[in-house]
Write a protein that binds this ligand. Structure first.
Ligand SMILES: Cc1ncc(COP(=O)(O)O)c(C=O)c1O
Length: 201
């Protein structure tokens, strides 16, 4: 006889309190629902919280990710290393730009993309061409970036991919949604890094 195992993994509850409700009400009552003074204030406060000069608020996480993908110059025929353990938006943003997602496995403890697996993919499956671009040996396509996801608010280890890749090429690792949870590591989670990738020739 087999015993069914029922495992319940709860999603974290949003941490919203009276103050947030008050702010939302203030905007709703102000009669100005878009591009009002609260937006500029929010952008400034957010930029300062993450130690940046500027921040731009958008309508959704999907839009924010899509803009990051565009800003990274990712487009048709590029490959981007990412994780399938995510909301579909993080992969859709690559597909919107006609890029190709390359899924690597996650770490069983953090559930975030595994830096070791990224390293394995790069060293076993990729080569560097004369221009220093990282090329997937099998598909011939350029591997243009890494799109990690900070699953359930636990920031990814952004240092390991940076150090795995710290020699001589140019793959930017770009952060994905859900990073603003753990303030201690929030800076490394939200700042794009531009590591380099050692691939076998
Ligand atoms: C990992 C991840 N990326 C992107 C999104 C998209 O955010 P939004 O629904 O605000 O577009 C979500 C939403 O749950 C998400 O979990």
């Amino acid at each position: 006889m087999t015993t069914a195992v029922r495992l319940k993994v709860p999603l974290s509850r949003p941490d919203l309190g009276e103050r947030e409700l008050r702010y939302v009400q203030e905007v709703m009552r102000s009669g100005q629902l878009s591009l009002g003074p609260v937006l500029a204030k929010f952008e400034q406060a957010f930029a300062s919280a993450i130690g940046r000069k500027h921040a731009i608020a958008v309508n959704s996480g999907t839009s924010a990710l899509h803009l990051c993908v565009r800003a990274a110059g990712i487009g048709s025929g590029h490959e981007v290393i990412t994780t399938s353990f995510s909301f579909v938006a993080s992969t859709n943003c690559l597909l919107y730009e006609k890029a190709v997602p390359v899924f690597v496995d996650i770490d069983p403890v953090t559930l975030n993309i595994s830096p070791q697996r990224i390293g394995e993919f790069l060293t076993k499956c990729c080569r560097r061409d004369q221009r220093g671009l990282v090329i997937n040996r099998e598909t011939g396509r350029e591997v243009k970036g890494i799109l990690p996801v900070h699953v359930f608010g636990l920031p990814c280890d952004m240092q390991s991919p940076a150090s795995i890749t710290s020699r001589s090429s140019r793959i930017p690792a770009r952060p994905s949604a859900l990073p603003i949870a753990e303030s201690r590591r929030v800076r490394s989670a939200t700042c794009p890094v531009s590591p380099s990738i050692p691939t076998s020739k």
